[in-house]
Design a protein around this ligand. Sequence first.
Ligand SMILES: O=P(O)(O)O[C@H]1O[C@H](CO)[C@@H](O)[C@H]1O
Ligand SMILES: O=c1cc[nH]c(=O)[nH]1
Length: 238
Amino acid sequence: MSAHNEAKMGDIAETILLPGDPLRAKYIADNFLEDVVCYNKVRNMLGFTGTYKGKRISVQGTGMGVPSIGIYTHELITQYGVKNVIRIGTCGSFNHDVKVFDVILAMTSCTDSAINRNLFRGMDYAPCADFGLLSDAHQSAKEQGVNIKVGSTLTSDIFYHDLDNNPEPFKIWADYGVLAVEMEATALYTIAARHKAKALAILTVSDHILTGEETTAEERQTSLNTMITIGLETAIKQ
Ligand SMILES: O=P(O)(O)O[C@H]1O[C@H](CO)[C@@H](O)[C@H]1O
Ligand SMILES: O=c1cc[nH]c(=O)[nH]1
């Protein structure tokens, strides 16, 4: 048991998928896993362990933002022995080359969060994905015929920007080739590195910040299935 998780040691698999939304964790458990056991309901941050193609895999919500994923990732790795943490999240595109429904592997994660500036005393740490997970996910995407994008993404502490005072909050990131914005990968990569675990964020573009294009709940579910399958196929290679 940890401060935010009622699982017992051994309840959680060494490889875990981490959506922000706990109901996405339930959706994955219900639709993709077999022999499922729910190991956590604390704060409704649902966690499940089951099997996918015979291999033991867990899936758990992390909540939204750096502090929330930071808590869950830290506890999963340091108190439950989790070795591979694979985020499966949604993101917003601010790049004309990146379309709604595109799937992205976050090779590195920039951030506007102060966590690493504080941690590294003003110096710049470069959070990056584990190369083995990245390579396996890329291979899994190719096997599924998915034209996946690989590159840098942005972890932001802000979902609703003050556009009156900062009308183009993402322009500088787009100018430097960053593909999209989400709210957790920087913390995931940094905490995994600190505790010698492997991390990857796989992201589906759910909306386009430049065009205003959005996805319906139904479209989102179908498109997330592609990302979930890439995540699970990557997980069973570990
Ligand atoms: O779909 P999830 O995994 O929650 O990810 C994205 O969605 C949330 C914002 O709506 C943030 O957590 C962001 O990172
Ligand atoms: O953080 C996020 C996630 C999805 N879409 C966004 O615009 N931002």
